[in-house]
Write a protein that binds this ligand. Sequence first.
Ligand SMILES: Cc1cc2nc3c(=O)[nH]c(=O)nc-3n(C[C@H](O)[C@H](O)[C@H](O)COP(=O)(O)OP(=O)(O)OC[C@H]3O[C@@H](n4cnc5c(N)ncnc54)[C@H](O)[C@@H]3O)c2cc1C
Length: 521
Amino acid sequence: MQDTLQTDILVIGSGLAGLAAAWNAAQRGCQVTLLTRASNPTESNTDRAQGGIIYRAPEESPEQLVADILSVGGGLSSPEAARLLSREGPRLVKEILIDELGVPFDFSTENPGQLDLTREAGHSLPRIIHHKDQSGSAIERAFLDRVRSRPNVKVIPHATAVDLLTVSHHSLEPTDVYRLLTCVGAYVLDQTTGKIFSLLAKETILATGGLGSVFLHTTNPPGARGDGIAMAYRAGARCMNMQYIQFHPTALLAPDGCFLISETVRGEGGRLVDRRGKEFMQRFHPDGSLAPRDIAARAIYQTMLESGEPCVYLDITHKPADQLRERFPGIYAVCMERGIDLTREPIPVVPAAHYSCGGIATDDCGRTTVGRLRAAGEVACTGLHGANRLASTSLLECLVWGTRAGAQAAEGIRRGDDFYFPKVADWRYEHEPADPALITQDWLTIQHTMWNYVGLIRSERRLNRAMRILRELDLEIARFYEKCEVSDSIIGLRNGILTAFLILEAAQQSRESRGGHYRIN
Ligand SMILES: Cc1cc2nc3c(=O)[nH]c(=O)nc-3n(C[C@H](O)[C@H](O)[C@H](O)COP(=O)(O)OP(=O)(O)OC[C@H]3O[C@@H](n4cnc5c(N)ncnc54)[C@H](O)[C@@H]3O)c2cc1C
């Protein structure tokens, strides 16, 4: 008999969406269990966010933000979701991030006492607040500390959710309290012992973040493997808009992964050049190196394909060194750690998968199509971003939908809605050790296939080729998973291939180019 734990609300993921959900549920008196697969709960996409979070410009009306979101979203953004974000977002930033948590956002030097508001591409006004170029990290750390201090929240690191428990799949005693497609918690791997336990919950909230790791180059941390999307899909939840992946044009190419090089480097005069130092962007857009994000990303990819080179370069050496160190302290430090002095030499860059606009379909409170299962943050698709995301809307979306999901889930529990913890099947252990060479190679196959055939420029031939490769690999991974001792890396591989498939299938079905989905035929 394996261990079984019970909680009111299970939150999977400790980025901003998970923290907002946990905090709001705990405030309403619920017992919350917050899991993260990382050893350090701050490790997340949230922690990497640089630019900032949308607040509001003086005298701004919510309609102005709605208009900007809809104009960037390629005609697919949900006006209701945009209105909800614009109405509730700035209020929550003020109440939670500024007043409650005291996140140290930067103040303006020109208007003393006022927060510094910056403007990013696609915004009609300066309305983004930030903490240096480390905004996400400042929010994540302040919020995590506060959530941890609550006696009714248990934060468990090193804990990987393996699969959602549903009445239809796992209950040993089907009951009429629940409809069959109801989530009652998750199987969880305790990475420290290698054991799986059942964590039964009255409400489950998925906040597992993005999926950039299924592509060869990504700005996301290695844990962004689409775990939540894959678990929800297996449980029967609807996923949508999976083909819309936002690629960032410039990420530092380094042996230990990619690091986002902010677009402000191009904005401040950085030129995109090839290995010989020759600018190439005029061929693709009259604005040259200042071309819009998606055009620049595809142009860089195309140039790399034609030249056979692994990267292009971003050259800003013509600017005074002192000015560069002052303007880009974070980027300068990261480049220096990797032996690149951006004041003296060009930065090797590649485009990189950055953000998933699609995900698990949810309503305005994070409800999915599976009972008692909610999703919030990058793992979810509220329809807000449509085919393309307006810069700096994602942190705000995490805050708004995380808050609503946590609060609404707690309300149901407080009302005393009918809950019942069913008896669920124990995990069946297999003991054949996993061969790490297989895991490494399978990941490389997924990442290269997705990058070259399902990446920035898609065609029928590329997508069909990807389908043949991934279908075969999927069978291999399924067999492998059935036989092997379960581990975080096997779980990730199984989720990675399914997530890759969902993107590929959506890309095959969608024949028109729009936002983050670009087809040449
Ligand atoms: C480099 C970079 C810069 C960005 N800059 C900005 C910006 O300036 N402004 C903006 O608005 N957005 C920005 N974004 C996007 C934004 O940061 C993310 O969309 C957002 O932080 C996602 O938050 P989240 O809570 O949904 O997920 P995350 O913050 O990614 O958290 C996911 C959590 O789930 C956990 N997890 C995953 N799988 C499992 C599992 N199976 N079991 C248990 N736990 C699991 C992870 O360990 C992690 O704790 C940026 C993103 C990147 C990568």
